[in-house]
Design a protein around this ligand. Structure first.
Ligand SMILES: [Zn+2]
Length: 322
């Protein structure tokens, strides 16, 4: 095995030398060997900001809105103050930074053939320059903002609604807007609405259709109760034939900590114990059914499955396919 490999390696190297010599000759004759070396390794755009796959007859795309640095992973990400040392050891064992991490943001487009449903809208102009890429990446995937006929909002945190009404103009002008009733009522009844809600929800408030858990968003997509991260957070179950996908939104939390340390919560979870209980229920459900999942803050392309390991769970990324 090894001797063959060495021989093969020698042959390859000799061929390469021949090719290089030929290129030199070509250069002498006025060819362009330098350019050919460059075209052999073109600038790749790494999926051009989207990852497309099938769920039954539906086409689903995870869209990268971008990434942003998150300083002080601990203690902000793991909000349980008595478990910080445990979390630190876990992050280190997964080669993840304990102090400064990176967050990423992944809206999802589901094309059922009848509807094009965008789930969440990224940060829009609310984040650093490395975010707010949703519209550009949708176009890369061949989808114009006017093509989106439904926008579903899982919850009203800025990183999910910031791309809805940037600069006071609806980014998806033809879309029917859908949101959980509890979520809408909570954020729009605040005496002091957050700036993100003021800019993206209130100006469009009359356009929102409010749904409850268990209700259909469009045929093939159903809202799933996942309260806790915010008071009315809803996830989405996508079903086509006998294939399904659970779009967690922020109900999945952190892709290592929340699965490894059940019962833990994140500082962004408005009701920590409730968010942790919902997570445990949904993780168990998708693990036992082998359901494909996507989660907003998991690493791109944020698609895979959840499996049981001892007393906890683990994210198993899907294999990238073109
Ligand atoms: Zn989020």
């Amino acid at each position: 095995m090894s001797s063959q490999g060495v021989v093969a390696g020698r042959v390859t190297r000799r061929q390469l030398l021949k090719t290089a010599a030929a290129a030199g000759v070509a250069a002498a004759l006025g060819g362009q060997p330098a350019a050919s070396a460059q075209t052999a390794c073109p600038q790749a755009t790494n999926g051009a900001g989207f990852y497309r796959f099938r769920v039954g007859s539906f086409t689903v795309m995870v869209l990268a809105d971008g990434t942003a640095p998150v300083p002080r992973v601990l203690p902000t990400w793991g909000a349980n103050p008595d478990r910080q040392e445990e979390f630190r050891r876990t992050l280190e064992s997964y080669f993840l930074p304990v102090i400064d991490g990176v967050n990423s943001y992944h809206p999802v487009l589901v094309d059922t053939g009848r509807n094009k449903v965008l789930i969440d809208t990224g940060l829009g102009p609310l984040g650093p320059a490395t975010t707010g890429k949703l519209a550009q990446h949708l176009r890369n995937a061949g989808v114009n903002p006017e093509d989106v006929d439904t926008v579903f909002i899982t919850h009203c945190h800025p990183d999910h609604i910031g791309g809805l009404n940037p600069q006071g103009r609806p980014a998806f002008p033809r879309a029917r807007l859908v949101i959980g009733e509890l979520e809408f009522n909570f954020w729009t009844s605040q005496a002091q609405p957050t700036p993100a809600v003021q800019q993206n929800i209130l100006p469009l408030r009359d356009r929102f259709v409010r749904v409850r858990a268990g209700q259909e968003i469009v045929p093939g997509l159903v809202a799933v109760e996942s309260f806790g991260h915010t008071p009315g957070h809803l996830s989405v179950r996508v079903q086509s034939g006998n294939e399904s996908l659970l779009v967690f939104g922020d109900a999945a939390g952190h892709y290592i900590l929340s699965l490894r340390h059940l019962g833990s919560y994140l500082v962004f979870d408005m009701n920590g114990p409730q968010a942790a209980a919902v997570r445990r229920r949904l993780f168990a459900e998708v693990a036992d059914q082998g359901t494909l999942i996507t989660a907003y803050h998991f690493p791109f392309p944020a698609v895979g499955r959840i499996r049981r390991v001892d007393d906890h769970f683990e994210f198993v990324p899907a294999v990238w396919t073109w």
